[in-house]
Design a protein around this ligand. Sequence first.
Ligand SMILES: Cc1cc2nc3c(=O)[nH]c(=O)nc-3n(C[C@H](O)[C@H](O)[C@H](O)COP(=O)(O)OP(=O)(O)OC[C@H]3O[C@@H](n4cnc5c(N)ncnc54)[C@H](O)[C@@H]3O)c2cc1C
Length: 224
Amino acid sequence: MALQPTQAPSPKGYEVGTAAGDSFSAKKLLFATGVTDQMYNIQGFADCWGITALHCPYCHGYEIRNKAIGVMANGDLAYELCKLHSNWTKKLMLFTNGKSTLNKAQTDALYNNNIAIIETEISAIAHTNGYMQHIELADGSIQKVDALYSKIAFKQHCELPEQLGCSLDEYGYIAIDVFQKTTVNGIYAAGDNTTMFRSVAFSIAAGNKAGAVINKELIDDAWA
Ligand SMILES: Cc1cc2nc3c(=O)[nH]c(=O)nc-3n(C[C@H](O)[C@H](O)[C@H](O)COP(=O)(O)OP(=O)(O)OC[C@H]3O[C@@H](n4cnc5c(N)ncnc54)[C@H](O)[C@@H]3O)c2cc1C
């Protein structure tokens, strides 16, 4: 079911139509529509996504502790990610996927922590049903890794908040205040579409808060 706006917001609220042809009206709207991750154009990456091509050590770190882990990133981000993931394994290597942009101090620190820096571009990820076997590099060599972390681009899953005038922040999340209110009166957002701290617990808590705030405002609006 995909939400489609059937008419512009009026003082009474919003008319919302679904792709299935249903429609209903609402004085307030809460978007809990998540984000869509944008896969790297590397053969095998999308197949491994969420299994061994990973983004979050707080979600997956324990499952792959002590395994051979790669980090695909460059520059300051690469340095920070290597530090973060070093907490989970001593078999860590960095794939800068092109010439390294780490500074000398960062490079020295990685070598001092036995983290190899591989600059050769990644050409493919060999896997079995999403379980990584090795990484293939552009020079024909291979590197054995069990999992590869990277920061992945995303876009809003649903464009309706923007179409209704809600502002996004500099990172592409829906801008909200502490009460989950967007920049448009009567429209709220909660969950992954609003924050880089993406987790089930965080999303549920945000939805909980939005529900309470919306309920309070509906009562206030109806109070004679
Ligand atoms: C690979 C991976 C592993 C993760 N592992 C963990 C983990 O171990 N622990 C953890 O806490 N978190 C984990 N997360 C994060 C967690 O999945 C999210 O934080 C959480 O699902 C966000 O919930 P949400 O409701 O905000 O968004 P979503 O779960 O993305 O739900 C949004 C829903 O809105 C629907 N939608 C969007 N647009 C429309 C529309 N126009 N009409 C109708 N429906 C629409 C979507 O189809 C979707 O069903 C992981 C994420 C990924 C990608």
